[in-house]
Design a protein around this ligand. Structure first.
Ligand code: BDR
Ligand code: CA
Length: 311
C-alpha cells in the first residue's frame, strides 16, 4: 500500500540504503525529505540526499534542511570512522537538489502535515529534533499524523553509544521524549531488531554488482564495514535505517509489543528508552496520560534481506 510519507534523515550509510529502497521501490508516496544533524551536519545530509535523489531520478521530491543542534543538550556528531567524512562512505557529495525549499525542515513539516488531505506517516531515521520542535510549536498537527516510525532506541539490548542509549535517541533525548509523550501513534524500530539484520561481506559483494546501484553501494558501505569489523569483529553491516523503512512498507515482517515509553533526558542514562510493559497497575502517576507505543522485538531478517536483494 502506498503511504504518504515524510522521511527525516541525518543521511549516513544506512540512511542512504533506506532512501535508495524507498525512492526506487515505488512503495511510498514520498511527500518530502527533511534533514537533521547526526551522522553529519543537516546541510551535508541535504547534499547526500540530493545525490541519492539524482541517482534514483526522483528530483521532483521536495527537500528541506533542518536543525543543526539538539533542543537542549550538547551537540554530538557520529565520528567519521563510522559513515565516512561526509556520511556516504568514500563518496563526497556537494550537489544540491533544485527541489531544496527555502524554508526550514520544521516549517516544511508543519506546513505539509497541516495542509495534507491524507494523514502523513513520519519516518524518522535520525535524531528527532525536527519533529520534536514541530509538535512543540504546533501540537495540533498530531491529528494529521498517521504514525511516527522511529529508527531508534533499545528495549532488551544495550545501546550503541552508551550502555543505555542508541545514537538517534541519545543525540536529542529531549526531542525523543517529546515524541513518546505526544498523542501520536509511535513505533520504535530499535536495536533489538536492527542488529538482527546483518548484511554480510558476501551479501554486500552481491549487492555491489546490482545493475543500477552496485557502484554506489560499494563505495557507500566500505567505511561502515571496516569500522564494524575492526572494532567489533562483525563481518557485515547493520542497515539500521533500512529496517525502519521495511517496517513502514511491510509490518508482517515484524513482531511488536505495546508499552508506554519514557526517554531518560539526563545523566549517565541519557537517551535510555524505558518501556513499561505492565498490563495492570494502580493509576495516579505521571505515566497515566502517556500513550502506548509499539516496540519491535522480532524481524524476519532473511526475508527482508531477500527483498532488498531483489529491488
Ligand atoms: C542510527 O544512528 C545513526 O548513526 C544511523 O544512521 C542510524 O540512524 C543507528 O543507531
Ligand atoms: Ca540515520
Amino acid at each position: 500500500m502506498l503511504k504518504n510519507i515524510i522521511i527525516d534523515t541525518d543521511c549516513g550509510t544506512d540512511d542512504a540504503l533506506a532512501l535508495l529502497y524507498a525512492l526506487d521501490s515505488d512503495k511510498f508516496k514520498i511527500t518530502g525529505i527533511t534533514t537533521v544533524f547526526g551522522n553529519v551536519t543537516a546541510k551535508q545530509a541535504a547534499f547526500n540526499v540530493s545525490y541519492i535523489l539524482r541517482l534514483t531520478g526522483k528530483e521532483n521530491i521536495p527537500l528541506a534542511i533542518g536543525q543543526e543542534k539538539p533542543i537542549n543538550q550538547p551537540l554530538r556528531h557520529s565520528p567519521p570512522s563510522i559513515h565516512g567524512e561526509y556520511g556516504l562512505g568514500t563518496i563526497t557529495s556537494t550537489y544540491m537538489s533544485k527541489t531544496l525549499r527555502s524554508i526550514t525542515a520544521v516549517e516544511f513539516i508543519i506546513d505539509t502535515i497541516s495542509k495534507s488531505k491524507e494523514k502523513i506517516t513520519f519516518l524518522s531515521i535520525g535524531p528527532l529534533t525536527n519533529i520534536g520542535l514541530a509538535l512543540t510549536l504546533r501540537p495540533e498537527i498530531a491529528e494529521n499524523i498517521e504514525e511516527i516510525i522511529i529508527m531508534g532506541g533499545a528495549y532488551l539490548k544495550n545501546g550503541n553509544v552508551t550502555p543505555a542509549a542508541e545514537a538517534n535517541i541519545y543525540s536529542d533525548a529531549v526531542a525523543a521524549e517529546k515524541i513518546f509523550s505526544s498523542p501520536c501513534q509511535v513505533t520504535m524500530v530499535g536495536l533489538d531488531v536492527t542488529t538482527k539484520v546483518i548484511m554480510s561481506k558476501k551479501y554486500l559483494e552481491t549487492m555491489s554488482s546490482h545493475k543500477k546501484y552496485g557502484a554506489f553501494i560499494k563505495s557507500l558501505t566500505s567505511t561502515f564495514y571496516n569500522f564494524l569489523s575492526e572494532n567489533f569483529n562483525i563481518n557485515g553491516i547493520f542497515p539500521h535505517d533500512l529496517v525502519a523503512i521495511f517496517y513502514a512498507a511491510d509490518k508482517s515482517l515484524f513482531k511488536t509489543i505495546n508499552g508506554r515509553v519514557y526517554v531518560n533526558t539526563q545523566g549517565l542514562m541519557l537517551g535510555q528508552t524505558y518501556i513499561d510493559r505492565r498490563k495492570k497497575y494502580i493509576k495516579g502517576t505521571e505515566w497515566d496520560n502517556r500513550k502506548h507505543s509499539k516496540v519491535c522485538t522480532e524481524v524476519n531478517a532473511e526475508k527482508l534481506l531477500d527483498e532488498f536483494r531483489k529491488f
